[in-house]
Design a protein around this ligand. Structure first.
Ligand SMILES: [Mn+2]
Length: 432
């Protein structure tokens, strides 16, 4: 067996995801899912490969130029073929060995593994009898890109050759399936969250005024990598002073000053799954009275959100109730007036001046994981809880984010070791 940096999920999980998908599809359907491309930079450079999440979910194969073809038969029966980039001596010497057919079978549970050269003839063969095709095409509502993905490129070629085959959307089905995590996935997510929290806690005693945000990024990267994460699960946000109010600040280029807050929104990847955590700490190790008041307000809203994230609750209603709770705190902080709130008691949009994002997103193989349009909380789902208050006129922003798993009676914090209370943060920063 090829050894990986992470412990892979057993193949029976991937068999179960393909079985569950096939059970939702009509007889005669064809499913095609390709790996993501390796994107070029300049000259002979490339970016690090990032696998297509749906391919990962259905096969566990984290290798470029991979494709999955499923033919759906009667009563959810299915015949699966995995196509792999052929490995050769030159590739072994320059890039290291790629998966053999045997290794790919062991990871994915797919017996029929072929080299990619067989892709076109196989497509020609299966298209002849297909009634419809479910092609992997990313239709995330906030997706915006000019870049054609490998799936779109392969789809365009397929469309040109087989214009009469009906095309249906695979994305909503997989989005629904991926929302509830399997036991094996939860093990990976717990590890991603453990690494995310433990790495952060480990660097806290080293933070001092005068330190560069990039130095904190370097320390975190070291802690995550030593714990077998392959990369940050998204570009880390380490924002001090005024940039605590910049939601997606990623340049991490400033030196933090005495009296600044520092907002960390960071996560480690493990085995393809994402951790995602935010904490806000004082550069000098001690919150000022105002910083503490804002921090406690965000923490109170966080606790409230966690208490109402229950199975059966519509996410949209949950978000609205959190805005109502946030409004109370903003009045206490003298940021909004009681009159302003009264006018919109049921859903105070005035909170958006200081709290402009939503409180929760689904988490999994993707950081902003796929999910249906109007989700309802259910057991086995993993969500972030991340309220924030941002006051640019005071150079003061606070976000507190945990990742939680929904149980029948409430949520479980998947990053239990990372400090939430002011006193715990200050104690850890003193090195105690
Ligand atoms: Mn998040």
């Amino acid at each position: 067996m090829k050894t990986l940096r992470y412990t892979p999920i057993p193949a029976h999980f991937y068999r179960s995801t393909r079985d569950a998908l096939a059970a939702r599809l009509p007889e005669g359907a064809l499913v095609v899912v390709h790996a993501n491309d390796v994107y070029p930079t300049n000259a002979d450079g490339t970016m690090q490969h990032h696998q297509n999440a749906n391919l990962h979910y259905l096969t566990g194969i984290d290798q470029e130029e991979t494709a999955l073809i499923m033919r759906i038969g009667k009563n959810g029966q299915h015949v699966d073929t995995l196509l792999l980039r052929e490995t050769n001596e030159r590739i072994v010497i320059w890039e290291g060995a790629r998966l053999t057919k045997e290794e790919a079978e062991e990871i994915s549970g797919i017996r029929d593994v072929r080299w990619t050269q067989e892709y076109q003839p196989l497509i020609a063969q299966v298209a002849a009898s297909a009634k419809c095709v479910y092609w992997e095409r990313d239709t995330h509502p906030r997706r915006y890109t000019d870049v054609q993905t490998r799936n779109e490129r392969m789809f365009a070629a397929f469309r040109a050759n087989y214009p009469s085959i009906e095309v249906r959307s695979l994305y909503p089905l997989l989005s629904q399936m991926r929302l509830v995590k399997g036991e094996a996935e939860l093990a990976q997510m717990r590890e991603a969250c453990n690494i995310t929290g433990a790495g952060f806690t480990a660097i806290l005693p080293h933070i001092k005024p005068g330190m560069g945000e990039w130095e904190m990024e370097a320390l975190l990267s070291c802690e995550y990598t030593r714990r077998r994460s392959r990369k940050f699960s998204f570009l880390p946000i380490i924002a001090s002073g005024p940039d605590t109010c910049v939601l997606h600040y990623i340049s991490n280029h400033k030196v933090c000053r005495n009296g600044d807050l520092i907002l960390f929104d960071v996560g480690a990847e493990y085995g393809g799954y994402a951790g995602d955590m935010s904490r806000t700490v004082p550069a000098n190790g001690k919150f000022s009275p105002r910083q503490k008041a804002v921090y406690e307000a965000v923490l109170a809203v966080h606790r409230y959100a966690a208490s109402i994230m229950l199975p059966g609750v519509r996410k949209a209603d949950y978000e609205r109730r959190v805005r109502v709770r946030m409004a109370e705190e903003l009045v206490k902080l003298d940021l909004l007036s009681a009159q302003q709130i009264q006018r919109e008691a049921n859903d105070p949009s005035c909170v958006r001046k200081y709290y402009m994002h939503s409180v929760s997103h689904s988490l999994g193989l993707d950081v902003h994981d796929v999910c249906p349009k109007d989700p309802v909380f259910a057991v086995g789902q993993v969500w972030t809880i991340e309220p924030g208050i941002y006051i640019p006129e005071e150079n003061l922003g606070v976000r507190i984010e945990t990742d939680v798993l929904i149980h029948p009676d409430g949520v479980e914090d998947l990053i239990p070791g990372a400090p939430l209370e002011v006193s715990d943060i200050e104690r850890l920063m003193r090195g105690e």
